[in-house]
Write a protein that binds this ligand. Structure first.
Ligand code: NAP
Length: 425
């Protein structure tokens, strides 16, 4: 490991997290780890420092100390490095293995490609994990929001997010059109005139390792079902194949009494399937139907495993059921590495006003702690956030949907969570 960086310093008091066994996902975590942090763009400037303070407080309260290593991406990197994603940042996240980031802005249409996607692909963070659970006191549009306790595993490196697309009017897109029409015989769908074309790669390796992670999680956390969510009735050789490969993992890599594969589950409800006691059932659902079942049969779903785009849509919708993006955490996992980040983006219209809800980033930190084996600190963080919200102290997003809430700023909310950490520890 070379700890030499161009424009950032490695904290001299901390120790690096080392890999024990990459394949077995095993790290050696010191009590004073160096953890890179990107505050992010837009509301990242508000929620980044707030979450950092809260996570430091939880580490301190459990007898540890985080040595933060501030690294830069997006706007803050352009100011320092004149580029969006400097080598320093990628290397720090790579070498120190456990990191956390706020949101980064991606322009629509022209401009640079997503920095988030670039980071996930470069460092092979192949599973984006987004838990959705209800915290007491959070306003929700649902009658029984507490029925949701689900964890989404979204494939993070391929699908239409792989970024293989060609712009209308270019020579490249016309070459692809000629190939598809003349060589592959699809002349009836490529209409005349301008066209944009993209590819949707879904690989056996990408699908299987994602589903494997989801099943392992379900076994480890005593969950009953893993649902493969896809649109394989239409996209047979990509989404349909994802599901087939996923079922193969369930059938071939686990004992029958541990994991029960239900490949015919598309047209059955869960109560029609004869599941062996204590086994995790791996079932499949079509993505469009899933969006309604998530609302109508919420408590049936435990762990979802999905290709990239489905995972993005479904986890945002699930987040809305438990209070919205302000409280929806996430983390990207690779082998022996994690990059925690909330589901939400940089919310430009809320940026720089000290008003955004830092809960999603704080709770992403909870996921990071859990992965590090700091389960006491993780529980403390979640309990303190819940205690704060249930006492009626909330940011603007929740205050507008509650009658008697005390509306506070991002900073005040974080300070209140820290006080609760101190009280609860
Ligand atoms: P967004 O940034 O997630 O914000 C959409 C809306 O959700 C906000 O206007 C706000 O709603 C609410 N919201 C999000 N985060 C919140 C928080 N912490 N507290 C309270 N409310 C919150 O989605 P977007 O506007 O579609 O995207 C903006 C930019 O972020 C884009 O450039 C996009 O590419 C990028 N993005 C980045 C990531 C990432 O870094 N991983 C993820 C998603 C999007 P109200 O204004 O109605 O209160």
């Amino acid at each position: 490991m070379s700890h030499e960086y161009e424009k950032v310093d490695v904290p001299s008091d901390g120790e690096p997290i080392e890999v024990v066994d990459e394949e077995a996902d095993e790290l050696d975590i010191p009590e004073n780890p160096i953890i890179p942090i990107v505050h992010g763009d837009g509301i990242g400037k508000d929620v980044g420092p707030a979450a950092q303070k809260v996570l430091s407080a939880a580490a301190d309260a459990t007898g540890r100390n985080i040595e933060w290593m501030r690294v830069y991406a997006g706007e803050s990197a352009r100011e320092r490095y004149d580029e969006n994603l400097p080598e320093d940042t990628v290397r720090a996240i790579d070498e120190f293995r456990v990191a956390i980031k706020g949101p980064l802005t991606t322009p629509v249409g022209a401009g640079f490609r997503s920095l988030n996607v670039a980071l996930r692909q470069t460092l092979d963070f192949y599973a984006n994990v987004r838990p959705t659970y209800y915290l007491d006191g959070v306003p929700s549009p649902m009658k029984a929001p507490e029925e949701m306790n689900m964890v989404s595993f979204r494939e993070n490196t391929e699908d239409v997010y792989a970024g293989i697309e060609w712009e209308a009017g270019t020579d490249e897109v016309e070459q692809v059109r000629d190939f598809v029409e003349d060589d592959m015989g699809f002349d009836d769908v490529m209409h005349e005139g301008e066209i944009g074309i993209g590819l949707k790669p879904i690989t056996e390796k990408g699908s299987k390792r994602l589903v494997r992670k989801a099943i392992d999680y379900a076994i480890e956390h005593d969950r009953d079902t893993v649902t493969l969510v896809h649109k394989g009735n239409i996209m047979k050789f990509t989404e349909g194949q994802f599901s087939e490969w996923g079922m193969e993992v369930a059938e071939e890599e686990y004992d029958d009494d541990e994991v029960f594969a239900a490949p015919d589950s598309l047209w059955e409800t869960q109560d029609e399937i004869d599941i062996p006691e204590d086994a995790v059932m791996v079932e499949e659902r079509l993505a469009d139907a899933m969006l309604q079942w998530m609302q109508l049969r919420t408590d049936e779903f435990d762990v979802l495993a999905m290709p990239n785009l489905n995972g993005d849509y479904l986890s945002d919708a699930a987040g809305a059921q438990i209070g919205g993006l302000g409280i929806a955490p996430g983390a990207n996992f690779g082998d022996a590495r994690v990059l925690a980040e909330p589901v939400h983006g940089s919310a430009p219209k809320r940026a720089g006003q000290d008003q955004a809800n830092p809960s999603a980033l704080i709770l992403s930190g909870e996921l990071m702690f859990d992965y590090m084996g700091w389960t006491d600190a993780a529980t403390l963080v979640r309990d303190a956030v819940e205690e704060t919200i249930s006492s009626g102290v909330v940011t603007y997003d929740f205050a507008r949907n509650l009658d008697d809430a005390q509306k506070v700023s991002t900073t005040e909310f974080a300070n209140e969570v820290i006080e609760n950490i101190e009280k609860l520890s």
